[in-house]
Design a protein. Structure first.
Length: 229
C-alpha cells in the first residue's frame, strides 16, 4: 500500500505578516494512521524540501499524542525535510493521495496544475483522494471528464465558515472554503458543533472538516483502499 501525502509550500498568511503553512496535527495524525497500517508513505510539496509548518500548530494547546510522537521521530522528521517536488510525482506510483490542511493550501494548492493533474488522475485510475480541514480547497479547480466541477453533486466537507470566524481569519483567507465548495455545487456537510470530528465519503472522495477529523479521515481512506483489495 503506497500513499502519497501532499503538503503546502506556502508560509505567509496573506499580508498580515504572520506565518502559516500546514497544520501539524493534520499531517502527523494521518501519517501514523498510515504508517501503523503498514503503508509506504511518500511526501511531496510544490517546491519540494521542508514544507512550512504553521507555528500555531506547535503551540502547547495544539499538541496531541501524534504530534509529540512525530517530534520524537527522527526518521519521520528527516522524511518531512526532503519532500519530493510535486511536478515529479506520478499517479501510477501510488494507491491513494491524502492532503493535510492548514491555511497554506488555500494559497498555493488551490490552483496548482500538478494538484489538479493528480486529483483527476487518481480518480480516473479509480484510486481514492482524501483531504482534511482547509485541504479540500484542492478540489475546487478539479474537473470531471465532462468538464464539470469535480465536487458538483458530491458530498464534501471542510473547514466551516463558523470555524474560520472562530479563529478570526474570515477577512484574511483568499476564500471561505465552505462557501467555495457550495459555489461549485458541492453537497457540503458538517458536524453539529464547531471543531468536532466529522468526515464524509462520496465514492472515492474522502474529506474531513477540521483538525480533530484528521485521524478519522485517514482511517476512512484506509477503508476505501481495503475495498479495492
Amino acid at each position: 500500500m503506497k500513499i502519497l501525502m501532499v503538503l503546502t509550500s506556502h508560509d505567509r498568511m496573506g499580508d498580515t505578516g504572520h506565518e502559516t503553512g500546514f497544520w501539524l496535527e493534520e499531517f502527523a495524525a494521518p501519517y501514523y494512521v498510515f504508517k501503523d497500517a503498514g503503508a509506504e508513505i511518500t511526501l511531496a510539496s510544490p517546491k519540494g524540501g521542508l514544507p512550512p509548518v504553521d507555528p500555531n500548530s506547535q503551540a502547547e494547546e495544539a499538541l496531541t499524542e501524534e504530534t509529540r510522537r512525530f517530534e520524537a521521530d527522527a526518521e519521520a522528521r528527516a522524511q518531512l525535510a526532503e519532500t519530493r517536488k510535486l511536478a515529479d510525482v506520478e499517479v501510477s506510483d501510488f494507491d491513494a493521495v491524502f492532503f493535510p490542511g492548514g491555511h497554506g493550501p488555500l494559497w498555493d494548492l488551490t490552483g496548482d496544475p500538478d494538484v489538479r493533474r493528480l486529483i483527476e488522475g487518481f480518480l480516473a485510475a479509480e484510486r481514492p483522494v482524501a483531504a482534511v480541514c482547509h485541504a479540500p480547497t484542492v478540489l475546487l479547480e478539479a474537473r470531471t471528464p465532462e468538464g464539470e466541477p469535480l465536487v458538483k453533486g458530491r458530498k464534501v466537507t471542510g473547514f466551516a465558515n463558523s470555524e474560520e470566524e472562530a479563529v478570526g481569519l474570515t477577512q484574511v483567507v483568499p476564500h471561505l472554503l465552505e462557501d467555495a465548495l457550495k459555489a461549485q455545487g458541492g453537497r457540503y456537510e458538517r458536524s453539529d458543533d464547531d471543531f468536532a470530528p466529522f468526515q464524509v465519503r462520496d465514492g472515492l472522495l474522502v474529506t474531513g472538516q477540521n483538525p480533530a477529523s484528521s485521524a478519522s479521515t485517514a482511517r476512512l481512506l484506509l477503508e476505501v483502499l481495503a475495498e479495492r483489495d
